[in-house]
Design a protein around this ligand. Structure first.
Ligand code: SAM
Length: 302
């Protein structure tokens, strides 16, 4: 079954539209990165932001159990329709939606068809705090800085506490800057990389074709959304020796935060099975218990 879906991705031109290459191999590589860098489990709920023609959807859905689920979102109706027709019928735990968002690079592919597809006007319609893992492969490589900020903030709101978001990107740091200056990079960024927050494809006719971020800017952007870096994986796009991934990958974690109105004594009253006293030390242990276990176990706290 999957073989023919991959063939159709090629025949329809959709695979080319989302970057080309061998769609099965790219999906497999991206899936491996998700599995190992986000600690994906079969019963998790996954959002694939900018899902394209479903190259990642197929291996993720093969991995997920019936308790797990996958949601793919893209702004191009043709891609979403392809996923609806070719992937959703075999997987009851998959859904694909059209997002009303805009993108100067991809808007030209929004043709008329697909009016009947499920749509969202705002990412938050997908359910705040409802996803364990969110992926965005080759999407932040095509977003303007302000769009990256607003999308990352919304995606963070969709994450469960402790959830992970994986972005593939081109990170500008001292190592990539050196390799760019030496002319080793296969991406068309200028050699003379400035200290701007974001850098664009050297040929500025289509600046969103290829966008890089200063690494510290992306870390700050995550921090401002309430995320902390979990893993950073450096790819070989700028001339590093061959690695698993061409693009860099940043995985952020949505920190579990103690609610401002959390009262440890009340938590202990509501959860009498916890072996802590109401001393100062016991209260500290109760707070730690909530952060590590209580929120996952949906324990009452107010
Ligand atoms: C390079 S393609 C990658 C597709 C897919 N992630 C993959 O790796 O096969 C980028 C995708 O992001 C989508 N995209 C761009 N801006 C978006 C936005 N604001 N919201 C959702 N999808 C977006 C595009 O329509 C396109 O399908």
């Amino acid at each position: 079954m999957n073989k023919s879906v991959y063939q159709k991705m090629q025949e329809t031109g959709f695979n080319h539209m989302v970057g080309g290459g061998d769609p099965r191999e790219i999906g497999r590589q991206n899936f491996t990165a998700v599995q190992f860098l986000t600690q994906l489990q079969p019963d998790m709920r996954v959002l694939d932001f900018g899902c394209g023609c479903g190259r990642l959807a197929l291996p993720v859905l093969d991995f997920l159990s019936e308790q797990g689920s996958y949601v793919g979102v893209d702004i191009i109706p043709g891609l979403v329709k392809f996923c609806q027709d070719e992937i959703a019928p075999q997987h009851g735990n998959a859904s694909f939606l059209v997002s009303a968002d805009r993108n100067d690079l991809y808007d030209k592919f929004k043709l008329d068809h697909g009016q009947e597809l499920p749509r969202i006007n705002d990412l938050l319609e997908l359910g705040e705090g409802s996803f364990d893992v969110i992926t965005a492969f080759s999407v932040f490589t095509h977003l303007k800085y302000d769009d990256a900020v607003s999308n990352l903030a919304k995606l963070t709101q969709l994450l469960k506490p402790g959830g992970k978001i994986l972005l593939s990107c081109f990170l500008i740091n001292s190592s990539s800057r050196e390799l760019l200056a030496a002319g080793n990079s296969s991406t068309p960024f200028g050699k003379d990389v400035q200290q701007d927050k974001q850098i664009y494809f050297a040929d500025c006719r289509e600046p969103l074709t290829c966008v890089g971020f200063q690494e510290r800017e992306l870390v700050m952007m995550g921090h401002d959304s309430g995320l902390q870096p979990f893993v950073t994986y450096y790819g070989h796009w700028c001339g590093r020796p061959p690695r698993h991934s061409f693009q860099d990958i940043m995985v952020f974690e949505n920190l579990v935060k103690l609610p401002a109105e959390f009262d440890a004594r009340r938590y202990l009253q509501l959860n009498p099975d916890l072996p802590f006293e109401t001393t100062a030390e016991g209260q500290l242990l109760a707070e730690r218990h909530f952060l590590e276990h209580g929120y996952k176990e949906n324990r009452s706290w107010k």
